[in-house]
Design a binder for this molecule. Sequence first.
Ligand code: AMP
Length: 283
Amino acid sequence: MIVTDSEQRISDICAEWREDGLTVGFVPTMGAFHRGHLSLVETAAVASDRVVVSIFINPTQFGAGEDLDKYPSTLEEDCASAESAGASAVFIPQTDAIYPAGFSTGVAVSGITQGLCGAVRPGHFDGVTTICAVLFGIVRPDLAVFGMKDAQQLAAIRRMVSDLRMGIEIVAAPIVREPDGLAMSSRNRYLSAEEREQSSLISRGLEAALSLFRAGERDCEVLRNAFLMTLKDASVLRAQYVETVDPDTMLRVETIDDRVLLAVAVFAGKTRLIDNILIKSEV
Ligand code: AMP
């Protein structure tokens, strides 16, 4: 497996693969891998001939007071596990190579990025779409895999790729969870024992809402309240938002017709966790 910080090298390697008729799958990440990340690599490896993983802690998607300075980095382990999951190359660029002096362009997706995380993390999604556009330009993948855990990010990337005719297939990978239901996240390592224990209520709350839907409930307010009720006795959890939205547009839905995304952000102590569930009829 190739490991490089050189934009030129990764770009050349991908060009050679394409010339050889091989398809290139891409998984952009910020590193500190858990099984969620590795599932994305595995999905890309099934769907394409070569897989490039990028590890880049993108400063422009962090707001003031967020965890940029303490964001975990486990590069050696990440490279080993990426290789086992089927990666052909890991690209680990330096920040000043990605954003050289004079870098002046941003890609912003409106609408989709306004609510949910966009409302409480101003500028976050502009940082995400811009870095993805830059990395897509370097790697020029045939497809890119994103996790459904970051559902709003996934919707924004899909919109960007479609609007800008980037010609990249965007593949969504399901949320990988701990045995007690907590969605895997690089930030879970910040949790104290008590926070970690109570955090399992987040997925339980989402499941409670799904059960109500399956029992015939269609009023989204009732589903949002079911989530909040599950958290009510959790002393270290505080919901930041609980929203029911259309999974493509991220616009609020009040009555479920077909399907709705119940998306939440919850503080466990100082750590902000996000999770969601797609609520729809069983097929
Ligand atoms: P990050 O390193 O947090 O920027 O995440 C990189 C990619 O991994 C994104 O597409 C995330 O949606 C995805 N991801 C993170 N956590 C999970 C998870 N628990 N299950 C599936 N995908 C995930």
